[in-house]
Every structure is written in structure tokens, then in C-alpha cells.
Design a protein. Structure first.
Length: 382
């Protein structure tokens, strides 16, 4: 697409006499003859507004041959002796006649933003150091992260302390159960006839499955089955080419002028469309099976006896009288209560068996392993 190039002239303000909007082609103020200098607002140019949609400058382009010549002269430079502004192609200062020197400051001409940037050359490899600021940042990060890590380690750190068993307690429960005939229900395809076996001394029993009867069809579950297809549509949008539009870009030439480049580019618009597809439709249907009654046996609780004690009382079981098809099921729990750190903190220990429980006594000294978070990790006799 064809490019359209214009030169836009900027304006500057004199800080000596306050004259405004002096065209960039004037290196001196037309009112007070003061040269434009690098310092202050005189080093800045105003180029007016731009159209928000296209980026095109609202100011008219330059057609004057003299101004166009100045625009192509390169970036302005400022005399190192008097500070006056000079054309980029002028080797001698127009104000004081001094030659341009290496220390003369100059404005910069921008590259075309529409062109790809030149590939930078790889700098020579050199040893990199963090410097004071980098070291400070690393130090800060290390302090923050390190503090969290150190605190975590501190919480998990363990230490040894001593304590004393202040009391002991036990609780035992005996259940009297009988192997009792019952009637249950089950799915026919899961039932297999099997003769029961009665327990001997409370063990060796087999529940069995007998007298399967009264089977009826009942809903067992549900399942999803395909029920045809349906067309599902949704409205979506997409970008499509819809003509062209003007887009402009500018680059500062560093001398009070800007080069504007305009092109006609493809314009894209949003278009709505229907996105349709065929999807399988499903329905839920019940699954039936034969449910039957059958005879079997289960252990059923007839009685319960609790016993408990503490400190020097020896653990004991309640007496239960049971028959040939009965059994006794037992549960037991043992607890030691411990105080440590001069009695300010408490802990408990639960031995698994009577033998373990009887190895501890009220008033006995113990050794505890505790972390800084207050978790008791181990309790041992002293």
C-alpha cells in the first residue's frame, strides 16, 4: 500500500520575552533575537494534537522548500560556548561562530516506528556484579524469605523436658452377643445358597444364605442411554476484513520537525455468526432386578457391662454368663495424664494394652520430647 509522507513543523516558546508558538525554522526569537537554548522550555517543541482514530496530525504539513530543507538537515546541536541551537548540517555556530566540538550536545532523531529495530550487537562478555543496590535487594529478599524459613525450623526444633504422671485411668466394656436368625433382602444375582454354621465358644460361625424367596422386580439403579441427536447452536463473533482505514505514525527528526507516514491498512470488523453442531441426546432410564428375601444369622447385642477405675485400681472385666451360641466382645481404653514444665502444660498418653498400662504408675517421672510449637513427640519413663 502506498505511503503518504508529510513534514509537520513544531513550535517553541521564548523564555526571554515570553513570545509563544515560534516556528521551529527560527533558531532565534523573532521578537527579542534571543537564540533557542538547550536549557528550559526552549528545548521543547509542540506539534499540536493528533486524530485519535488514525494518529494523523491535526496540524497542516509543511510545503515551504526552505522549511523542508531544514527538516532534512539532521538533528539540531547546541553550541558548547554560547548554548545556541544550530542546524545538524552546520559545522559552525550561527550565533557566536564557534566550531562544533565533540562535547556539543545534540537532540536525537527517532527511528521509523514502522520499521523493524536493528538487531543489537552482543556486548562483550564481562563479569557482572550486583552492586550496592543489588546486594541490598538480595539482602532484603534473603531476610524476608530467610526469616520465614528460620521460623519454620524453629517451630519444628525439638527439646527434652521432664514431667510427672498426675493420674491414670482405664475403662472396659464387655458386650454379650448372640448369633441370631434374621431375615434380610438382597439382589437375586448376588445370593448363593449356603448352609449356616453355629459358633463354638463364640467363634467359627458362618452366617449362610437359606430359603431364598419372595423375589420381586424392583428398581436397582439408573443408567444414561442415547436418545437420538439434537442440533445445538450458539452465537459467536469473529473478525473479518471490511475495507481499509488510514493509519499514521510519526518520528521526531530532532530539529523541530516530525515526519508523518500514513498508509491505508486493512480494517477489521466484528461479525456475528451461528456455530452449530450435532450433539448426542441422552435420557435416564431405570434398571430393574429381582430382589429377594432370605434367611441368615447375625450377631446381636443382648447386654453391655462397663467397668472403670483409676490410679492404683487394677483393670478388670465385668462377669457375663453366655450360652453355646453366644460370645463376649470386649473393648478397652487406657489413659495417662501428664503435667510438665512445672505443671503449666498437660499431655496424655494412651497405652494400647493392659501390660503397657500397668508399666506406668501415678507420680512416676517421665521424659518428654516437645517441639517449639508445643507438640509432644515422645514420652518415655525416666
Amino acid at each position: 500500500m502506498a505511503k503518504r509522507i508529510r513534514i509537520i513543523e513544531g513550535t517553541w516558546n521564548c523564555t526571554s520575552c515570553d513570545t509563544k508558538d515560534i516556528p521551529a525554522r527560527h533558531k532565534k526569537c523573532p521578537t527579542c533575537n534571543n537564540p533557542r537554548e538547550l536549557t528550559g522550555k526552549e528545548s521543547e517543541f509542540e506539534f499540536g494534537g493528533t486524530d485519535a482514530a488514525t494518529g494523523k496530525a491535526l496540524r497542516d504539513g509543511v510545503t515551504d522548500e526552505k522549511a523542508l530543507d531544514m527538516a532534512s538537515a539532521g538533528a539540531d546541536w547546541f553550541c558548547a560556548y554560547c548554548g545556541a541551537s544550530n542546524r545538524g548540517d552546520q559545522p559552525i555556530c550561527k550565533n557566536c561562530k564557534a566550531e562544533r566540538t565533540d562535547d556539543s550536545k545534540a537532540l536525537q532523531e527517532e527511528a521509523d516506528p514502522g520499521m523493524p529495530a536493528p538487531r543489537p550487537q552482543a556486548p562483550p562478555t564481562k563479569k557482572r556484579t550486583l552492586g550496592k543496590v543489588g546486594m541490598a535487594l538480595v539482602g532484603s529478599l534473603f531476610f524476608c524469605c530467610g526469616s520465614t524459613i528460620v521460623y519454620g525450623f524453629w517451630l519444628s526444633a525439638e527439646h527434652e523436658t521432664t514431667g510427672q504422671i498426675t493420674s491414670t485411668e482405664w475403662k472396659r466394656t464387655a458386650y454379650h452377643e448372640r448369633f441370631t436368625p434374621v431375615t434380610l433382602e438382597g439382589w437375586q444375582d448376588e445370593l448363593r445358597t449356603q448352609a449356616p454354621r453355629m459358633p463354638s465358644d463364640g467363634k467359627g460361625e458362618l452366617a449362610g444364605v437359606q430359603n431364598i424367596r419372595g423375589c420381586v422386580s424392583r428398581q436397582r439403579s439408573t443408567r444414561k442411554v442415547a436418545d437420538g441427536t439434537e442440533r445445538v447452536c450458539s452465537t459467536k463473533t469473529r473478525k473479518v476484513a471490511c475495507g481499509t482505514e488510514e493509519k499514521c505514525r510519526t518520528r521526531n527528526k530532532g530539529n523541530g520537525f516530525k515526519e508523518e507516514i500514513c498508509e491505508d491498512v486493512t480494517k477489521y470488523c466484528s461479525e456475528s455468526y451461528e456455530d452449530c453442531r450435532n450433539e448426542t441426546r441422552y435420557r435416564t432410564e431405570p434398571v430393574y432386578a429381582q430382589q429377594c428375601s432370605y434367611d441368615t444369622y447375625q450377631w446381636k447385642e443382648l447386654a453391655r457391662r462397663d467397668t472403670s477405675g483409676h490410679d492404683d485400681e487394677p483393670p478388670r472385666w465385668a462377669e457375663l454368663s453366655v450360652g453355646a451360641t453366644d460370645r463376649v466382645r470386649r473393648e478397652e481404653k487406657y489413659t495417662l495424664h501428664i503435667a510438665y514444665d512445672d505443671g503449666e502444660k498437660k499431655a496424655t498418653l494412651e497405652p494400647k494394652t493392659e501390660q503397657e498400662y500397668l508399666a506406668w504408675k501415678k507420680g512416676q517421672q517421665v521424659s518428654l520430647t516437645v517441639n517449639n510449637n508445643g507438640d509432644v513427640k515422645q514420652i518415655l519413663p525416666r
